[in-house]
Write a protein that binds this ligand. Structure first.
Ligand SMILES: C[S@@+](CC[C@H](N)C(=O)[O-])C[C@H]1O[C@@H](n2cnc3c(N)ncnc32)[C@H](O)[C@@H]1O
Length: 282
């Protein structure tokens, strides 16, 4: 593949390569375990799949994207459901995948397609199980998808919690300046308006202008509250502490969450996360 055959392929930072590695390692372990369970079939779902290929910022080499990694895993999944909003990316993905009747590729908004067309193929009563990756750039995911995945009891989920987009656009120290559209995106991702009470507390000290102000909570506090929602509202039994993904200046870009109904799944992911724990800014 020549680089100039592809416009618009994203250059990805080291943290994205780490994410791809983590998901690939778990997907392999998952597929090995599920392939042994003869009464169950297992599928891979990628809601924000991308074009199937990225360019490494560090080496300038092509690296496979998340759907291609999944397709290369042996033993294979029984089916693959891949979604992206962007038509050019879907065209590239279709070319890379080629003819394969096990692969179902959709162009459109995964917030609708997952609920209407894909999750109905992964029902508990039909002995189906799925590994689902939801990897948006920012606040582009609806809580309804996450909650449905949890309550179906068939899905193991990797989820990108987009801290940088939240902090830049929605969780300002002075929330009065935040655009209505960004408040809506935050509420859609969180599932209700309770994020506001998590993110802000009344500051008993007066500010410079002698007005009572608000104190903004730390990333840790906000992430921990979301972790509790995955357990208490979406009803995932196991949600290990998420992995912070840092950029070259050591800022947290997002947290990689994992959620599952199975203790063994959670243990495997904790073990994988721990191998990347010492990874710092590159
Ligand atoms: C971070 S990239 C995914 C990268 C991919 N997981 C990988 O590691 O190779 C996010 C993708 O989400 C797509 N996207 C954005 N909004 C979407 C939506 N509502 N539904 C489906 N895809 C969407 C973008 O076109 C982009 O390709």
């Amino acid at each position: 593949m020549k680089k100039d055959e592809f416009n618009n392929i994203n250059q990805v930072g080291y943290w994205s390569e780490v994410k791809l590695d983590i998901v690939k390692k778990y997907a392999k372990a998952y597929s090995i375990i599920l392939a042994k369970k003869k009464n169950l079939s297992h599928v891979y779902i990628d809601g924000f799949a991308g074009p199937g290929v990225n360019i490494s910022k560090a080496t300038k080499d092509f690296i496979p994207g998340s759907p291609l990694n999944a397709l290369r895993i042996k033993p294979g999944f029984d089916e693959y459901y891949l979604v992206d909003l962007n038509g050019d990316k879907i065209d590239r993905l279709r070319k890379l995948v080629g003819e394969n009747t096990k692969v179902h590729i959709y162009q459109g908004d995964c917030n609708k397609i997952l609920l209407d067309e894909i999750f109905p193929h992964v029902l508990y009563k039909n002995f189906r199980r799925g590994l689902c990756l939801l990897d948006p750039y920012g606040l582009h995911l609806d809580w309804k998808v996450i909650e449905t995945a949890g309550k179906m009891r068939t899905i193991d989920l990797f989820l990108n919690f987009p801290t940088m987009d939240m902090n830049r656009n929605a969780l300002w120290r002075n929330p009065s300046g935040v655009r209505a559209r960004d408040i809506e995106r935050m509420t859609a991702f969180w599932g209700d308006e309770s994020w506001h009470d998590v993110a802000y507390k009344e500051n008993p000290q007066q500010d410079l202008f002698n007005k009572p102000g608000l104190l903004k909570a730390s990333n840790d506090k906000i992430v921990d509250a979301f972790r509790q929602r995955l357990k208490n509202v979406a009803k995932f039994n196991y949600v290990p502490k998420p992995m912070p993904m840092r950029n070259s200046t050591n800022s947290i870009v997002y947290y990689l969450f994992f959620a599952s109904q199975q203790r063994v799944a959670s243990k495997i992911v904790e073990d994988i996360f721990s191998k990347y724990e010492k990874w710092g800014a590159q």
